[in-house]
Design a protein around this ligand. Structure first.
Ligand code: OXD
Ligand code: MN
Length: 584
């Protein structure tokens, strides 16, 4: 089936262990996809949605215990515990292999083993990397065709290059007690069992493109980040690309395909990616980005014509929905989409509000990126796109202003390292708790955060034309809990300021925590945001920030001696500046 001996041997060994009834090598063809869908419709893994209004759209209902990433069951297995860092759960590789291999033994009996070759990034890009996922889930195989460049061309690249990341996945028995997502960065290997949920099972995404890739990126001198990539084109045709990191379910998908407000006629958004960016230092000293993915695995609830019309348009056909609700006439439905009342909830029960939301809060759509009206062919460029600005964002009700500019690359790295956000339904656990989520990579960095920050600093030192670094917060509230900023398309006003700053076109107010827009700096034409709200959004409370910086100091120290001294110094510089203000 392949001329790559290592791959052929691995498939043979896995089959001997897992005992599938059949082996299928995925070629990525339409006929193969259609057959996978037909098979899943027959077994009930997929439910057909109304084919008149939603051609080739299907609904998958997962096991109710398997609806989100399970961070407490996710491990980074390096020989030295310290290499995984306090930011990861660690297990000794020998122990981890023994533990999961026992669960994989015989796990595919009665099932088909799919060999899924895939490429993360444009097939002809030197920045792209390949992998092979072995899975016993047709839902995973079909989803990988949407989310990656999957099939024969990827296999051909693997055969040419020889190297690939190996990912072994089985649904197992879906028992959370026997669920593990194990990463072996030194072996470029992933073993995931007991879950069919995207973030745990589509191994090209979080497991390969973030955890394994971040490790590989450090060795090879690039960055693998939890970032969207978008181009912002102004009416003069000037195009700037932005990479923005936000924690899961904080609006990356909406921002990546933002629709300019009516006052911004002539502005255009170019969507490159909504979740992951691989960033390389170019020969020109600029930072270049590719989106390793080819599709979107987005959060459905809250997506509507008002919040993200591009997404609503792209979801009208050829989409797999997971754990959304359904109307009586078999259309997909979720909270926020419309005023309709669905007939069935995400578990297929007749809808009863007493059972909670109709769609699971982490219900998803899986769709090809090319279906997005704002998708840009630049996503296929082998070179990637040059980045003008990097944005770190979080969901914070208080403290963090609408936008803040870092004073230098080092300061930007501190900003990223100090990021905090309220937790969401994308991972199991309590929702709405503020936790530190450095660079939005807390669940995804495959090695010690101290080494990761050092790598960020080293990367900055190689950039002669480094992007500006910014922090944004679309989620600021007043004492009554009201959002101060309208968000969504209006966020373009903030992006405009960021781009103007990168071009040196506007001044800013300087504070120790970063530079803020001057009064009138953010264009509010046609927008109903009061002067008081705008003031609240664009000023900082030095006392509260001093407390924040004390917490950041404690947080950084928690990572021990691997944290670069530069970061401690930078934090001290900020605190010192704040103390001068509060004392004065
Ligand atoms: C995702 C996540 O699915 O971050 O993108 O959980
Ligand atoms: Mn994500």
């Amino acid at each position: 089936m392949t001329s790559n001996q290592a791959l052929a041997d691995w498939v043979r060994d896995v089959a001997a262990l897992t005992q599938p009834d059949r082996i299928h090598w995925c070629d990525g063809s339409q006929a193969e996809y259609d057959a996978l869908i037909a098979d899943m419709l027959q077994t009930g893994t997929l439910i057909e949605l109304d084919q008149e209004t939603r051609p080739r759209c299907y609904l998958h209902r997962s096991d109710p215990s398997d609806v989100a990433r399970t961070e407490h069951l996710t491990f980074v297995c390096t020989p030295e515990r310290d290499d995984a860092g306090p930011n990861n759960q660690w297990m000794d590789p020998t122990e981890a292999h023994a533990k999961v291999d026992a669960l994989f033994a015989g796990a595919m009996r009665g099932r088909t083993l799919y060999v899924v070759p895939y490429c993360m990034g444009p097939l002809d890009s030197p920045l792209a990397r390949c992998g092979v996922e072995i899975t016993d889930s047709p839902y995973v195989a079909a989803s990988m065709r949407i989310m990656t460049r999957m099939g024969r061309p990827a296999l051909e690249r693997i055969e040419r290059e020889g190297s690939f990341v190996r990912g072994l996945h089985s649904l197992g028995d879906l028992d959370p007690e026997r669920r593990f997502i194990m990463h072996f960065p030194q072996e470029l290997l992933i073993k995931s069992i007991g879950s069919g949920y995207g973030g745990n099972a589509l191994l090209g995404k979080k497991c390969h493109a973030l955890r394994i890739a971040s490790y590989q990126a450090r060795q090879e001198g690039w960055l693998a980040e939890h970032m969207l990539i978008m181009g912002v084109e102004d009416p003069q045709g000037r195009l700037h690309y932005i990479a923005a990191a936000f924690p899961s379910a904080c609006g990356k998908t909406n921002m990546a395909m933002l629709i300019p407000p009516v006052e911004y006629r002539g502005w255009k958004i170019h969507t490159i990616g909504d979740d992951i960016a691989w960033l390389h230092v170019g020969d020109d000293g600029r930072l270049w980005a590719i989106n390793p993915e080819a599709g979107f695995f987005g959060v459905a609830p809250g997506t509507s014509r008002h919040t993200n019309a591009n997404a609503v348009d792209m979801l009208q056909h050829d989409t797999i929905f997971t754990n959304v609700a359904m109307t009586a006439d078999r259309r997909p439905w979720w909270e926020g989409l419309s005023d309709e009342t669905p007939a069935f909830d995400w578990q297929g029960r007749p809808y009863d509000p007493a059972n909670g939301p109709a769609a699971h809060p982490n219900s998803r759509f899986t769709v090809s990126a090319k279906q997005c009206p704002s998708w840009s062919p630049a996503a296929e460029l082998a070179s990637g796109v040059p980045i003008t600005a990097i944005i770190f964002g979080g969901r914070r009700a208080s403290l963090a202003p609408l936008v803040l500019e870092a004073k230098s690359w080092q300061h930007g790295v501190l900003m990223g390292a100090a990021m905090a956000s309220e937790t969401t339904a994308a991972a199991t656990g309590k929702v709405g708790v503020t936790r530190r989520d450095p660079m939005a990579m807390q669940p995804f960095c495959g090695y010690h955060f101290g080494d990761y920050w050092a790598h960020w600093l080293a990367t900055g030192a190689r950039l002669s034309k480094a992007p500006g670094i910014y922090q944004v917060n679309w989620f600021r509230r007043d004492a009554q809990g009201r959002f101060l900023w309208p968000g969504y398309g209006e966020n373009l006003r903030v992006l405009k300021w960021i781009i103007e700053r990168c071009q040196g076109a506007v001044d800013a107010a300087h504070t120790p925590v970063g530079n803020l827009p001057l009064r009138g700096g953010i264009d509010l034409t046609g927008l109903d945001v009061s002067h008081d709200d705008m003031r609240e959004l664009t000023h900082i409370d030095p006392q509260a920030w001093l407390t924040e910086m004390d917490e950041v100091a404690g947080f950084l120290h928690g990572f021990g001696p691997r944290v670069p001294q530069v970061l401690h110094d930078e934090r001290e510089r900020v605190s010192h500046g704040l103390r001068n203000i509060t004392a004065g």
